[in-house]
Design a protein around this ligand. Structure first.
Ligand code: G
Ligand code: MN
Length: 432
């Protein structure tokens, strides 16, 4: 069955969609403009930015659907009221443009047309000139006074705070986009591997490949993936991890499996199946993670179907709230990974034990194995084992480590042969 690429946003579409939702700061500026325009009884209010001899109309509120200038458009500053006001050639309060030759000689006066005009400069906190804050009407308005200009100035001060916020947001977003672009272009991600052990005897059963980023600001990998998703490149970043895992597979000690994480969007990407085209049978486990509720389960099933012979499927983070029981029923995984939030203090928490116990029954009923994640103490390890859970993963059973350390672990040599927190008695897997 074919995938459904039509439901898959390409990075650009996703990026545009993300940008299409106005930020809180933008919405505030729009509310401020609406308020001042209707308070002053003017036709139009806008905030503009001056840049490179152009005036860019950034925010526009108008009750005139035919207003000839649209938000986002730019015009030469030389042909605007704004510049003449800054130069002192026009006043900030214009009751009737016909009174000022410096206004009537401007083409916009007739084109828009402009009858009355209130305009004050927008200065940022550091004093730099950002642009102008303006209200105008097509007809002269002889009721306008200096008090109205003061009102406009007060609203402009409110708007400038929000504009600064928007500029900050843009800078943050640009930096985020640059960071993600660089990580993808230079492939700066590395993988570490966390042991997954049989709880009965501690034998290594497999590893989970986990992405790590070289990051002076110490953002966690999940923040990296969330940011990549935010700028529309989450799938690409995950695919880099998938390809690295596939490349590392020949070096993983025999008898061990390798699990890796993908979001549903990645599973649906055509490049995903291509990345797994040549993998040997039975050694990979696809861990599907989920951090949003909206997903197309039939499409996921269809994308997984051709891979099922070669790879096993695990549902990650079960019990965390996102990976629900319905999802498990639909996707028919081979493995359920119990979320760290269920494992935590399971040895002293009867409610968590009861829930995990029901999962053991459920898993047995649907022919599924369970891996308990996030085991940090021997008490937690013993508790999940006593509940009949076969496999475990967590700091107490082994930290994420480079592949060579997994090789040493499998061989029983080197500093990493013992987990950081000893999980004795642990035996090596006979076949490893
Ligand atoms: O969502 P997923 O289960 O794929 O997340 C795995 C993450 O959990 C990795 O970043 C890994 O470093 C972390 N992790 C693994 N074992 C433990 C543990 O015992 N405790 C905690 N707090 N985190 C763990
Ligand atoms: Mn996982």
């Amino acid at each position: 069955m074919s995938l459904a690429p039509a439901t898959l946003p390409d990075p650009l579409t996703a990026f545009l969609a993300a940008d299409a939702k106005p930020s809180a700061a933008r919405q505030s500026v729009m509310r401020i403009l609406d308020a001042v325009r209707s308070h002053l009884g003017m036709d139009v209010a806008f905030a503009s930015e001056f840049r490179d001899d152009q005036r860019i109309l950034r925010y526009l509120s108008t009750r005139d659907p035919d207003f000839p200038i649209k938000a986002g458009e730019s015009h030469p500053l030389d042909e605007s009221y704004c510049k003449r006001i800054l130069e002192g050639r026009l006043p900030e309060l214009i009751i009737d443009s016909a009174d000022y030759p410096a206004a009537t000689e401007l083409a916009v006066t007739k084109a828009i047309p402009i009858g009355s005009h209130l305009n004050v400069p927008l200065r940022l906190r550091d004093g730099t000139l950002y642009g102008s804050f303006c209200a105008l009407s097509h007809q002269p308005d002889f009721t306008l006074t200096d008090r109205d200009l003061c009102t406009l100035r007060a609203f402009a001060a409110l708007a400038v705070d929000q504009i600064e916020q928007q500029l900050d947001d843009n800078r943050t977003r640009d930096a985020m986009r640059d960071r993600i672009d660089r990580a993808i272009e230079r492939e700066t991600m590395t993988l570490v591997y966390q042991p997954i052990r049989a709880l009965a005897d501690g034998a290594l059963a497999g590893v989970e490949a986990l992405a790590r980023f070289d990051d002076p600001d110490k953002r966690s990998p999940s923040v990296w993936f969330a940011e990549a998703t935010e700028v529309g490149r989450g799938v690409e970043l995950e695919l880099i991890a998938v390809r690295q895992a596939v490349r590392a597979l020949p070096y993983l000690p025999r008898g061990l499996y390798m699990a890796f994480n993908v979001a549903p969007e990645t599973l649906l990407a055509p490049d995903f199946a291509a990345a797994l085209a040549d993998v040997p049978e039975g050694r990979l486990v696809i861990e599907v993670t989920e951090h949003s509720r909206a997903e197309d389960l039939p499409a996921l099933r269809a994308a997984l179907a051709p891979l099922r012979g070669r790879c096993r499927l695990a549902i990650d983070d079960v019990g965390a709230g996102y990976s629900g029981l319905h999802r498990i029923l639909e996707l028919e995984p081979d493995i359920i990974k119990l979320d760290i939030s269920l494992t935590r203090h399971i040895d002293t928490d009867a409610a968590r034990r009861a829930l995990a116990h029901s999962m053991v029954d459920f898993a047995a009923g649907i022919g599924c194995r369970i891996v308990a994640e996030g085991i940090e103490t021997m008490g937690e390890r013993d508790a999940v084992r006593d509940l009949g859970i076969d496999f475990g993963q967590g700091y107490a059973l082994g930290r994420p480590m480079p592949l060579v350390a997994i090789q040493q672990l499998a061989l029983g040599v080197g500093d990493t042969a013992e987990p950081a927190t000893p999980a004795a008695p642990l035996k090596r897997h006979a076949a490893a």
